[in-house]
Design a protein around this ligand. Sequence first.
Ligand SMILES: NC(=O)c1ccc[n+]([C@@H]2O[C@H](COP(=O)([O-])OP(=O)(O)OC[C@H]3O[C@@H](n4cnc5c(N)ncnc54)[C@H](O)[C@@H]3O)[C@@H](O)[C@H]2O)c1
Length: 367
Amino acid sequence: MTPLGIGIIGTGNIAGGYASDAITHPEIRLVAAADLDPGRAAVFAAEHGCRAHASLDDLLADPEVDIVVNLTIHHAHHEVTKRALEAGRHVYSEKPLALRSDEAQELVALAAERGLRLGCSPATFLGEAQQTAAAMIQTGRLGTVRAVYAEVNWGRIETWHPAPAPFFDVGVLVDVGVYPITLVTTMLGRARSVRAWGWGLKPDRLTIDGAPFQIGSPDLIVAAIELDGGAVVRLGASFYVGRPTKLTGSIEFHGDDASLALGSFQDFDASVELGAYGEAYEPVDLVRPGYRGTAWARGVAEMAAAIAGDRPHRASGEQAAHVVEILEAAAISMAEGGRQIEITSTFVPPTLMPWAREAVGPQVDAG
Ligand SMILES: NC(=O)c1ccc[n+]([C@@H]2O[C@H](COP(=O)([O-])OP(=O)(O)OC[C@H]3O[C@@H](n4cnc5c(N)ncnc54)[C@H](O)[C@@H]3O)[C@@H](O)[C@H]2O)c1
């Protein structure tokens, strides 16, 4: 296929990861970049061999930009994505799709109305380890899955990120809780209700430069998410606990017949272990050798391939909007002492990648 041109808006911390991974995917080609800070975009463009534009409007006017990749801060996602869709561009956004459920649904509707693709991170379910886990669950190796334990102990962002404020402003569930929520809904389907509780364990922090600030959001959250299929997900997320911990980002799926432990929600080469009930965990071979770490642009490339093949893409706006509704429900529940909040949106879970389906054989429904 002819590669689709991608234009990155927001050339901050994660943009380099996207750019260096993008060159490994023949479906996409980085053609342009822009940022609120044009100097930052210019440095990025020089480093990664693309055009720098002075503004989002200029990026949207670039005829070679087929897909806008929105890597701005959380608070800007909705507005930037909306403007790109209105300009007739497909959009792939970093998470979360929006900060409010109504805004996320607005974007899904706008993309559908314009016949454009809307994709969203996290697409870590496309990783080899995560596809292996999904294949085990879909082939029934665990029996009915009734309990999921997910952990996101992401530590003290201000000790490494030069601009931590937006991360604390949106909070740990919105920033990193989205990863296990997306993975679990990919594997087990939509959520029907949420309860959550939060604590501010260490509100007073220091930036890398030594400036004191208050985090303004809970740094320990425990959420109980009930899925339509009946499984309960117990999710713990923290911006206080970090390395060292044995619970950085692992997920355990417990079924009637067996349990599965996925070592990380984001490392594509994470460990996958399976154990029959009452037995010990045994390692499982991944469906193919795992990419080391996270291939950030894999979701964009998959969307580009889907556009070329005229089929649905996997990291869908609908699922991302469902996840935003879960996050919003968790915030309401936390504010109301853990009251149960019902979830109304839905989505079609992404099918396994062809290479994962082939590796596990015909037990998996073709999708
Ligand atoms: N840093 C990570 O490790 C990481 C990993 C995965 C996902 N993400 C996600 O990626 C996104 C960006 O994170 P980051 O760490 O790169 O943040 P960052 O603050 O380092 O970079 C964001 C960039 O966006 C620019 N920007 C902000 N608003 C803008 C607007 N309206 N128009 C144009 N540019 C704008 C800023 O000037 C900045 O250069 C966030 O949504 C975050 O959740 C980050």
